[in-house]
Write a protein that binds this ligand. Structure first.
Ligand SMILES: Cc1ncc(COP(=O)(O)O)c(C=O)c1O
Length: 364
């Protein structure tokens, strides 16, 4: 190869950390189509009154923007603790720019070179990606045929990871993990156990949160987000509940002033007015159950879902089904085990558009 034929891209790739060269950037497509059911957001936009509350909150802090934000987000953490309940206090809460940043901080502090993180696949794709970006070795744990985790504790015992991820409800399958399995994993794990509860608000009645397991378990961390049920994905606010000692450790790796004054104010306004977005959760749950029933009655396989999305299949050519839906203006997610697709629960009109398009594409 002559020097002239070496592209800038090749040069830069040659400079890049060797362990990152094979990775692909996270890339759920952001396409401008009428029905967007691919990233598990709440489909209901803020109402006029919520928009006003958010605008007022930003107006109130606008005059302070010459100053850095509250580095420790004390008021926001207290609000989040009040929202979660379970006797939690602000000292047990930590917040960052989306739960992705929370996961990154956890891996920066507790993972890293010569350390291992383990998750049970299929699961949220950013757990392995952030692990690798932080130099943490990723170990791909496995699931039962029905996506359960009956062998999780044994896998953890065998692998001895520094950080173990359990996603409940799991993305992309939608399945919740029973608390006794989380307890067994915790007992088997030498390090941190992170239960990613991004979709916790959507669980079916009687499904408890891992928050109930926090007392007496200082290595347990429960992560949450305002991106899903709270209808605030654009705000970028994720958080965790854990022992204050875990949060002290995160202070070593977080960037100073990581959470802007604007983010903190908007998040606090959304929490104060949470009744409105959370009122949509029950409707979304019912639509989810209706969608599961419809897909099953159409002859498709569907994973049980405690989340605001549904994994369904099994298609010989899922790419063709995904494209057929997109051609009809419906964007879903081409992810999960081979042959399966994931659809986010939308408004009734969006769900109708999805079922109509799928009926056409698959001759249901
Ligand atoms: C399981 C899970 N965890 C975490 C996240 C990240 O959410 P955010 O960074 O918006 O808080 C997602 C987003 O889809 C997710 O599915």
């Amino acid at each position: 190869m002559t020097s002239e034929s070496v592209s800038v891209g090749d040069v830069i790739r040659g400079l890049l950390r060797e362990d990152l060269r094979h990775l692909h950037a996270y890339g759920a497509p952001q396409l401008d189509v009428p029905v967007q059911l691919n990233t598990n957001e709440n489909p209901y936009a803020p109402s006029e009154s919520l928009k006003k509350a958010i605008a007022d909150a930003v107006a109130n802090i606008a005059g302070t923007l010459n100053r850095y934000p509250d580095r420790d987000a004390v008021d926001l953490r207290k609000d989040l603790a009040d929202y979660l309940g379970h006797g939690l206090t602000g000292q047990q809460l930590w917040a960052a720019n989306g739960s992705n940043e929370i996961i990154q901080q956890l891996l920066q502090a507790f993972g890293g070179p010569a350390r291992k993180a383990l998750g049970f696949e299929p699961s949220y794709s950013m757990h392995p990606l952030i692990s690798q970006v932080t130099g943490t070795v990723w170990i791909e744990g496995s699931r039962d045929a029905d996506y359960g985790l009956s062998t999780a504790a044994e896998q953890v015992k065998a692998q001895q990871p520094d950080v173990t991820f359990i996603t409940s409800p799991n993305n992309p399958t939608g399945t919740s993990v029973p608390l006794d399995i989380i307890e067994r994993v915790y007992d088997a794990a030498p390090g941190l156990v992170v239960v990613d509860e991004a979709y916790a608000e959507f669980v079916r009645a009687g499904t408890p949160s891992a928050l109930t397991l926090l007392p007496g378990r200082p290595r347990l961390v429960v992560t949450r987000t305002m991106s899903k049920a709270f209808a605030a994905a654009g705000t970028r606010l994720g958080y965790l509940a854990a022992d204050p000692a875990v949060i002290d450790a995160l202070l070593l790796v977080r960037l100073p002033y990581h959470l802007s004054t604007v983010t903190q104010a908007v998040a606090r306004a959304a929490i104060a007015h949470r009744d409105e977005p959370l009122a949509t959760v029950e409707a979304l749950r019912q639509s989810r159950d209706g969608l599961v029933e419809w897909l099953r009655s159409s002859g498709l396989s569907v994973a049980d879902s405690d989340a605001n999305f549904v994994l369904f299949g099994v298609f010989g050519d899922r790419d063709a089904v995904w494209q057929g839906l997109l051609d009809r203006g419906v964007l879903i997610r081409n992810t999960g085990p081979t042959g399966w697709l994931r659809v986010t629960v939308g408004t009734p009109a969006e769900n109708d558009a999805f079922t109509r398009a799928l009926t056409e594409v698959c001759n249901l």
